[in-house]
Design a protein around this ligand. Sequence first.
Ligand code: GDP
Length: 299
Amino acid sequence: SERLVGGLRKTSERLAGNLAGFGGATRLSDTQLDDIEDALIMSDLGPRAAARIRKTLAAARFEQGLDDLTLRSAVAEEIATILRGVAKPLDIVAFPRPQVILVIGVNGSGKTTTIAKLAHLFQELDYSVMLAAGDTFRAAAIGQLKVWADRLAIPIVTGPEGGDPASIVFDAVKAATDAGTDVLIVDTAGRLHNKRELMDELAKVRRVLGRLNPEAPHDVVLVLDATNGQNALQQIEIFKDVAGVSGLIMTKLDGTARGGVLVAAAEQYGLPIHAIGVGETIDDLRPFDPDLVAKVIAG
Ligand code: GDP
């Protein structure tokens, strides 16, 4: 958790700065509540979570007199309540195998790295893993995923640059089924500038998957870059339409002051949050611990 604490320090310092100086009284005035609500929005928690926290604070009585610490722990408690509702690990439950996890997200969000981290996590849990390089639009993406696969000694199904992602996915599901693989993680294209094309491509991938196994994809995980702040929320909105989203992984929570967007996403969309990325190395994907994150952000 040291990495997490270090990583979210900028977020928590920003929030603490925004939440300072409300001390003294046993209850908060309307003006103070307005200021706190603004402060929460400025800390990227979003209008809905901010309004919800405001409501809780408005009802609170601080018998010992309010100080910065008490205020922050009241905020942390409400944030924890919001986050507890969405914390859900990516469990491997599919029968028959493989469990097919489609990973979506814009280029640069950390999608490739997150796939490698996830694969590593499943390996550590003794699951067998296979990768499918479905982002055929970028030669670099195929190459990068292959480097990770080799490093982790995981089989990978690839195709030529510009090839049909659906046919790679088809081959990959067959290979994973034949091999009795537990988890198949599928990379997909993330070129959001051509929404129509991306939508068609992902729809075709889903169609092919569904034909091989009506339950597949079992998970559609959207990778979001926390440093994008509120734009990350827009990406949820778009990808919900383009591909459907069953859960989120938020990356780059290390070293950004915009980690509050995690809370905004949780409150606004209620989508499961599976894990968080707190660095560039293979071990830097953490299970999403709502109490810890709330405490680190606001405590
Ligand atoms: P893709 O284009 O979405 O596949 O993104 P990549 O996986 O190639 O990642 C883009 C950059 O973000 C790379 O330099 C990664 O090392 C970096 N990255 C990914 N996840 C994290 C994270 O959680 N923290 C940090 N600091 N960097 C990350």
